[in-house]
Design a protein around this ligand. Structure first.
Ligand code: BMA
Length: 372
């Protein structure tokens, strides 16, 4: 099979040593994960040794064109307009699904997201889902710092409300059908919890509450709602040590992907230092827990640096075995993370795309990541 020979070549290329220790196959944390979900997880783990997939939030839903937004065009992404290929990884946001709204909090229709998820699966790409869910106790947004978790867990006054949210989520996740298969997705709930801007953030709950919320949510989706097409991504924001990262880790049986979110600002050297400080810790955690590591959100808003991809991002990430890097959305002319045609950074993005280590959709598709 093509995938096998690809990895054989890749393994032969390794200096040796670490390869042997890693040969036992990894399994998803959900013992009942579908076959395709298990294949995806194994392939992510193998591929991370040699390549990094490029991801973009809302890649197919909208973008920027000559200083304006385009929305909902068929077969379009800003990454493709510049490089000729769509990304390998596609991020989708389910905030407001819990309210039974027809559109997410960034105005993308959930019916469209379902179509994108299925289309991405069919062409052999990876879908990852974030969820900026409202606070179930007071209807405020995810960016609310009210102490909440104990009120929505079993026995709490808003437990039924939270179950309603989860029921809607489960129904939606189960609607990702392709033939007889469910489409596997990377589900990344309760993210950036080492920050305190969300109601599940560090200062807004205890470590035990956070872990209990995570486990309850996963158990409910798996056992009550029979959702078995998920790989769970535990994704912090900035963290100071392995202990800090693992303080709210819900356990190996509840996590498949470990990652964190960090953004570049004008102080590019600081961004690189932060990556070089945290990524070695993340790699150790991934190895020790047999998980897959990813840079789950990053980017440099508006890309004011012409060579950011090849001079900053790639040289730093190349030192580590990351499965993917996902940059945030091209939401507005003042809020975007992938260049569009004519942007001063577009040439550099093309170079990044051409690097043999980096996978976009075109070079991922032949690897058949949903097959053994
Ligand atoms: C933030 C911004 C917001 C958006 C939110 C959820 O980082 O992009 O505009 O609503 O993510 O996608």
């Amino acid at each position: 099979m093509r995938l096998r020979s690809f990895f054989l070549v890749a393994l032969l290329g390794l200096a040796g040593g670490t390869a042997a220790a890693q040969t036992a196959e990894v399994r998803p944390s959900d013992p009942k994960a579908t076959r395709k979900t298990a294949h995806l997880f194994r392939n992510l783990e193998r591929m991370a040794r040699t390549n990094i997939m490029f991801g973009h939030q809302d890649a197919l839903a909208y973008g920027i064109d000559n200083g304006r937004r385009w929305v909902g065009d068929a077969n379009r992404s800003d990454a493709k307009s510049v490089t000729g290929s769509d990304p390998a990884v596609y991020g989708w946001e389910l905030g407001h699904l819990e309210l039974d709204s027809a559109r997410n909090l960034d105005a993308v229709p959930f019916a469209k997201i379902r179509q994108y998820v299925k289309a991405v699966y069919k062409r052999g790409g990876v879908n990852t889902i974030s969820w900026h869910l409202n606070n179930p106790t007071n209807g405020r947004t995810a960016w609310d710092s009210t102490n909440t978790i104990s009120k929505i867990l079993p026995g709490g006054p808003y437990h039924a409300q939270y179950l309603t949210y989860l029921d809607r989520m489960a129904k939606y996740l189960r609607s990702f059908n392709s033939g007889f298969s469910k489409v596997p997705v990377v589900f990344r709930p309760f993210h950036e919890h080492t920050g305190s801007w969300f109601w599940w953030g560090q200062k807004n709950c205890t470590a035990d509450e956070y872990k209990a919320l995570w486990r309850f949510t996963a158990d409910y989706l798996r056992n009550t709602k029979k959702v078995h097409n998920l790989l769970l991504a535990y994704s912090a924001s900035s963290f100071t040590s392995k202990e800090h990262y693992l303080e709210r880790y819900p356990g190996d049986e509840y996590v498949d992907i470990v990652g964190f979110d960090t953004y570049c600002s004008k102080d590019i050297a600081k961004y690189q230092r932060e990556l070089d400080r945290q990524l070695p810790l993340l790699m150790e955690i991934a190895t020790e827990h047999r998980k897959v590591a990813a840079l789950t959100e990053t980017g440099y808003e508006r890309l004011p640096d012409a060579n950011w991809w090849t001079q900053t991002l790639l040289p730093t990430l190349s030192k580590y075995n990351l499965s993917y890097v996902l940059v945030w959305r091209n939401g507005r002319p003042d809020h975007y993370y992938v260049p569009f045609p004519g942007h001063a950074n577009a040439e550099d993005f093309k170079q990044f795309y051409s690097n043999p280590r980096v996978l976009f959709q075109n070079r991922l598709a032949p690897l058949n990541i949903y097959s053994k």
